[in-house]
Design a protein around this ligand. Structure first.
Ligand code: SF4
Ligand code: FES
Length: 239
């Protein structure tokens, strides 16, 4: 079958659409399709016009790094996780766009520094050895599987990339740090940041949980973090 990949391109100055035809099985992932296009000795669009190689990010190609996050057929997804047949419309057309909540660098590449900067601004690191608690160990494993892909921020109605609100990914990291940290000034600071940068702004749409490619139980993590860090419940030493 011939698929048509309609890609929103950005050359640093202007944005435009360009469409490429690709023969292949529907089991090909979007990531593999982009690789095949870029492997052509001379890339041309469907009208035969020469085109620059398509810029996009990837690393693992196994749904483990989050680099290939983009908007596929109108939905934020990982390019290495989506077969063409699942992304195409009835005419075999697959639209690809960069994530819209982050500045576009080129084509499908975006600058996600806003996300990692928020982790630093929220002081999300451990100052002492972690205190492991049996009852939350599994949740920590799940929280640690966050890819920092940014898909949850793309669908979040509250996250704009401009204000203080940091979205689900930093809030998940806040659970990991707050629940592990020893009582003290740093854990209090993390609680303050969680409240200011997440709790005060969250509208609880939970769109983040629906889109997360690694199925992190975001709602459960947020309930636990809010109970402990905002309402001081769950751990005896918090008064
Ligand atoms: S919570 Fe899920 S969607 Fe959000 S950054 Fe982490 S892996 Fe991606
Ligand atoms: S390339 Fe790593 S998640 Fe897609």
């Amino acid at each position: 079958m011939t698929y048509r990949l309609k890609i929103r391109r950005f050359d640093g100055v202007r944005a435009f659409w360009q469409t490429f035809a690709l023969d292949g099985g529907g089991g090909l992932t979007v990531a593999r399709a982009l690789e095949l296009l870029n492997e052509r000795p001379c890339l041309t669009d469907e009208r035969g016009q020469e085109a620059a190689p398509i810029a996009w990010d990837c690393a693992c190609l196994e749904k483990k790094c989050g680099a290939c996050a983009m908007v596929i057929g109108g939905k934020p997804r990982l390019a290495c996780a989506v077969p063409l047949r699942d992304a195409a419309d009835r005419d075999g057309c697959v639209t690809l766009e960069p994530l819209k909540k982050f500045p576009c660098i080129r084509d499908l590449q975006v600058d996600r520094r806003r996300l990692t900067d928020t982790l630093t601004e929220m002081e999300l690191w451990l100052e002492q050895a972690a205190e492991t608690r049996e009852e939350t160990r599994q949740l920590h494993y799940r929280a640690a599987s966050c890819l920092l892909c940014g898909l949850c921020l793309e669908v979040c109605p509250q996250f704009s990339g401009k204000g203080a609100f940091g979205g689900a990914a930093p809030a998940i990291a806040a659970f990991d740090v707050y629940d592990h940290a020893q009582p003290g000034a740093h854990r209090d600071a993390v609680a303050r940041q969680y409240r200011r940068r997440f709790y005060d702004g969250c509208a609880k749409s939970l769109a983040c949980q629906d889109v997360c490619p690694v199925k992190i139980p975001i709602e459960r993590l947020l309930v636990k973090t809010t109970a402990a860090a905002v309402w001081k419940r769950n751990r005896k030493e918090r008064k």
